[in-house]
Design a protein around this ligand. Structure first.
Ligand code: PMV
Length: 361
């Protein structure tokens, strides 16, 4: 597979009437973290994530006839209001994919989008937003230019396009567990797009993720800047080896239903991500004291209760508490009576293993 497999064509005939498509696409949480990129949004190491279910973006994209050809023209509506900042980022993205969708310069676009979860709540909104937009672009491509792809080819193309908007977004296109980035341990894996993990023990289909919100302010250092700080990082080489080893170990654990190894790797990856931030040449810290308190408590509670709970972290202070469906009641009690008991915000979002994007129209 190469970039040229995805280049497209212009409109076969000028558009006469508006054409709309709508997709709902979820966010995802990485168990092996993508941290550091190169080239045209390519990862320096493989990553493995779980597609979520309730945290999703719904996007409607409408193409209108446009008299003059030129740069893509876009009107951006976020949660019912026009949003210039998001419009500008999306405009730059559309410009960057004009080789894949040359018809973008021949139409006017209106994008209407909303999320089911609050912005900056520790859920990667760029993953759901760019995967939903990529799906809409691929659907419009099919309708406007008659591009016919089977279901998997369509998802792979959308994953390729989503990656160019936000790396982690390329993993949201499939149900359940997904790998992005070439790894020896998964045939067919590639840096260009994500592929689904098919050998998954049923126990891992009951995974749950409750996000414990410590702080929902805008992050001091963005993911884009964080990726940049992996360039010439003193531990870059060791990190790439470790991610390969953790991906391989996790794939094996997922296949065999090995929960202990799963827990060990997931926590190792979360702590490594934040250790890489702290040890970068311009080091920074996104964890709060409350983050450290809660993750330490999760480890203690695992020992004390024997419950199969663990944590992961994204590039932010909020904690993803990972557990299994059959322990939902006991874990809920721990969240209310212990983990969030003295937390001023006391906010949480309950999510779980998801089934992937849905076309709404
Ligand atoms: O997709 P980006 O550029 O927002 O980077 C996301 C990076 C992490 O969320 C920290 C890890 C990951 O693999 O999702």
């Amino acid at each position: 597979m190469t970039d040229s497999d995805f280049s497209g064509s212009g409109l076969p005939a000028p558009l006469t009437d508006p054409v709309s498509v709508t997709w709902q696409s979820p966010s995802n949480i990485a168990f092996v973290k993508y941290w550091g990129k190169t080239g045209r949004q390519l990862p320096v190491n493989p990553s493995l994530s779980m597609t979520l279910s309730k945290a999703y973006t719904e996007t409607k994209l409408t193409a209108f006839p446009h008299k003059e050809e030129g740069a893509a023209e876009l009107e951006f509506w976020f949660e019912g209001k026009q949003n210039e900042a998001f419009g500008e980022r999306t405009g730059r993205f559309l410009q960057s994919v004009s080789d894949i969708f040359p018809w973008l310069g021949q139409v006017k676009l209106k994008l209407e989008t909303h999320n089911t979860f609050p912005h900056s709540a520790g859920i990667a909104s760029s993953a759901s937003a760019f995967s939903a937009l990529a799906l809409c672009l691929c659907s419009l491509d099919a309708e406007l230019c008659g591009i016919l792809l089977d279901e998997m080819e369509f998802r792979f193309k959308a994953s390729y396009v989503a990656r160019l908007g936000s790396g982690s977004a390329c993993r949201s296109l499939f149900p359940g567990l997904t790998v992005w980035g070439r790894t020896r341990s998964l045939p067919g894996s590639t840096d260009l797009l994500a592929i689904p993990v098919t050998e998954v023990h049923p126990v891992f289909k009951s995974l749950r993720d409750t996000i414990l919100i410590v702080n929902n302010k805008e992050k001091a250092v963005s993911s884009t800047e964080g990726h940049n700080r992996m360039i010439n990082h003193p531990f870059a080489e060791a990190r790439i080896k470790q991610a390969e080893k953790n991906t391989s170990g996790l794939l094996e654990a997922l296949k065999n239903g090995d929960k202990d190894t799963f827990i060990q790797i997931v926590e190792n990856e979360a702590l490594t991500l934040h250790a890489l931030m702290m040890t970068a040449n311009k080091g920074f810290m996104l964890m709060y004291p409350e983050t450290v308190r809660i993750i330490s408590r999760i480890q203690e509670l695992r020992k004390e209760t024997g419950l199969e709970i663990c944590f992961t972290l994204d590039a932010g202070p909020n904690i993803h508490l990972i557990y299994f469906e059959d322990q939902i009641e006991q874990v809920n009690k721990l969240i209310v009576e212990d983990l969030l008991k003295n937390n001023k915000q006391s906010a949480r979002i309950d999510d779980h293993y998801g089934l992937g994007p849905v076309k709404l129209g």
